[in-house]
Ligand binder design. Structure first.
Ligand code: MG
Length: 394
């Protein structure tokens, strides 16, 4: 779309918004229309706004940061109320000075709540005094959904098998870099986890994990191949719908702090209704959007000023060419053109911008195959504009 035309469309939207009429939250009749895989137009003003999240603050080795406003805080330094032992009894790890510490031999702990797709933030420190080597030194682990271990290890100047280093998807994928700080210093993990999605026993999405260690990307959307475990090659397969986050007791006095979790919206493969959808899911969503816009249009009914209702109704057709809406929109468009033709010449002049905007709307609808190029009201408006010389530069 040419800039001038785009600006006209935007200004038409702004004038509606300024008049306090129900309007979409952005331009309409603007970017490419919805198609078989996208329920929304490009730059669609009806597409929901992202939710507001107040960001937290970053951590330093000395000081934990603050979680973002929508985080589920799993450990804020005060107690283990969100955690339990693997047999359901109270968690036996120690809490002192704002950190939790493994009580070796007491076993792993897990969250009482169960989760699935997430952004997980967790900070840990290995004992300052180095004891042991390889997997015996500063070992713990974060088990996503209680299954898949993201390795926690004092990898600082410590040689071990590559798929067992800090930030490894244990037994499967080594971290792309060893980015750990020295023992005793807090390390920061940020993990994005997407569980495998199976439908009728068949994989539709293998699931992925992304990991940053101290801000360094070490797993880049790594495809899941099962839980990953010691010595055994695991196979891809379905995960449960939800599971806990578990922390490993590997016999070392590892410390943890500032653990929080953000739930992620579902992917298109998991019932999500945004993104690249199947044709079936796209059409269902488009029907839903169209119905909501038609309902909105009905609230704009105003015999003295039918334009807002007509525009909103036409907007609904972009998502679904519902017959009754199409007929009504056409009828209103014909009436609109008739009303223009009845105007005395001196009054028609004041309609220049409105008519050109309406013509642009018809052009958009024709380009999007919602009305034919030969749509009578469109042809009539093109003629009025030509006769009046309204497209010529002033
Ligand atoms: Mg481990």
């Amino acid at each position: 779309m040419k800039i001038t035309s785009a600006l006209a469309t935007i200004s038409a939207f702004l004038s509606l918004a300024a008049a306090g009429q129900a309007a979409s939250s952005g331009p309409r009749f603007y970017g490419d229309a919805p198609d078989d895989h996208h329920p929304w137009a490009v730059h669609d003003g009806n597409r929901p706004q992202p939710k507001i999240v107040t960001p937290g603050t970053f951590s330093s080795p000395e000081q934990p940061g603050k979680p973002p406003s929508d985080a589920i805080v799993l450990f804020d330094g005060t107690d283990l109320s969100k955690w339990e032992s693997s047999n359901g009894s109270p968690a036996k790890w120690l809490v002192t000075n704002g950190v939790m510490q493994v009580a070796p031999g007491s076993g792993e702990i897990r969250t009482k709540d169960k989760f699935a797709d997430c952004q997980l933030h967790i900070e840990w420190a290995a004992p300052q005094e180095v004891k042991g080597d390889s997997q015996g030194r500063g070992n713990s682990g974060i088990f996503l959904m209680g299954l898949l271990e993201i390795q926690v290890l004092d990898s600082y100047n410590n040689v071990t098998y590559a798929d067992g280093h800090a930030g490894a998807y244990y037994g499967i994928s080594p971290p792309m870099a060893n980015a750990v700080r020295p023992p005793g210093v807090f390390q920061v993990y940020d993990i994005v986890f997407r569980r495998p999605i199976y439908k009728d026993g068949k994989p539709v999405d293998p699931g992925y994990v992304t990991v940053f260690v101290n801000g360094v990307l070490v797993q880049d959307h790594t495809m899941l191949e099962g839980p990953g475990t010691h010595m055994t090659r695991t196979k891809a397969g379905p995960f449960p719908a939800k599971g806990p986050i578990s922390l490993q007791d590997h016999g070392n006095t590892m410390r943890f702090r500032n653990i929080w979790y953000r739930e992620l919206p579902p992917r298109a493969t998991d019932g999500g209704t945004d993104g690249f959808l199947t044709t079936e899911a796209t059409l269902a969503k488009r029907k839903e959007i169209a119905a909501s816009i038609r309902q909105d249009a009905s609230k704009l009914k105003n015999a003295g000023d039918p334009l807002p209702e007509m525009l909103r109704l036409m907007e609904s057709l972009v998502y679904e060419k519902e017959e009754a809406a199409m007929q009504k929109a056409e009828q209103m468009a014909v009436q609109y053109v008739d009303s223009l033709k009845k105007l005395p010449a001196e009054k028609l002049g004041s309609k220049r911008d409105e008519v050109r905007n309406m013509r642009d709307t018809f052009r958009y609808l024709a380009k999007s195959k919602i009305i034919p190029d030969s749509f009578d009201p469109k042809v009539a408006l093109e003629q009025i504009i030509k006769d009046q010389g309204w497209d010529k530069k002033k």
